[in-house]
Ligand binder design. Structure first.
Ligand SMILES: [Fe+2]
Length: 191
């Protein structure tokens, strides 16, 4: 996919069947819309362009839904539903919407790196910030959802990723999210 166009995420939020959750997700989306359609998904690894966050998130939601549908049509019993899949896919990188600023470092620019981490960010686990950000919109995640978001990098953790972000203890929602994130980040999001 190319640079995000406006509102590409909204149609997926409209698919949430729980009307209360849908309303809260759309309120969060509308509140952060400017940042959502500006932020990159990363400084250099993947989707590192303006609008990259929205493009990556849309890909993750779409991939996760199609994998979920495939599993359900294969009669696999899952301890979560499609609303869980859409929710965790939508918010899995929410802490990144204000993490990066365009770099002024000429050396980085020459290397093709557009972004740097914004100064003043408190050091914390990524998923802790996601939990706090969604709580502002009265979205209170359960343990399975938090674990899936914490572990979504699987074995591809970085220093800034969750300390729990390794393959061994992922729940099934985390495996699905990680698979979608991996496909988007490593296949669709790289030139
Ligand atoms: Fe991601």
């Amino acid at each position: 996919m190319n640079i995000a166009t406006n509102e590409i995420i909204l149609p997926y939020l409209e698919l949430i069947s729980n009307s209360s959750l849908k309303e809260k997700c759309i309120a969060l989306y509308n509140h952060h819309k400017k940042a959502i359609y500006y932020a990159p998904a990363g400084a250099s690894h993947h989707h590192s362009f303006i609008g990259g966050w929205a493009t990556h998130t849309t890909e993750v939601i779409a991939l996760a839904i199609s994998m979920y549908d495939m599993l359900i049509s294969s009669n696999v019993k899952l301890p979560f539903d499609k609303d869980d899949v859409i929710l965790v896919s939508f918010i899995h990188d929410l802490e990144k919407i204000d993490r990066y600023v365009l770099t002024t470092d000429d050396w980085k620019k020459k290397k093709g790196i557009m972004w740097e981490v914004r100064e003043g960010l408190e050091t914390m686990d990524d998923s802790a910030r996601v939990v706090a950000m969604v709580a502002h919109f009265d979205i209170h995640l359960n343990d399975m959802q938090i674990s899936a978001i914490s572990c979504h990098h699987g074995g591809f953790s970085t220093r800034l990723s969750s300390v729990f972000s390794y393959v061994g203890s992922m729940n099934k929602l985390g495996v699905l999210l990680h698979s979608a994130d991996l496909m988007s980040g490593f296949i669709l999001g790289r030139k």
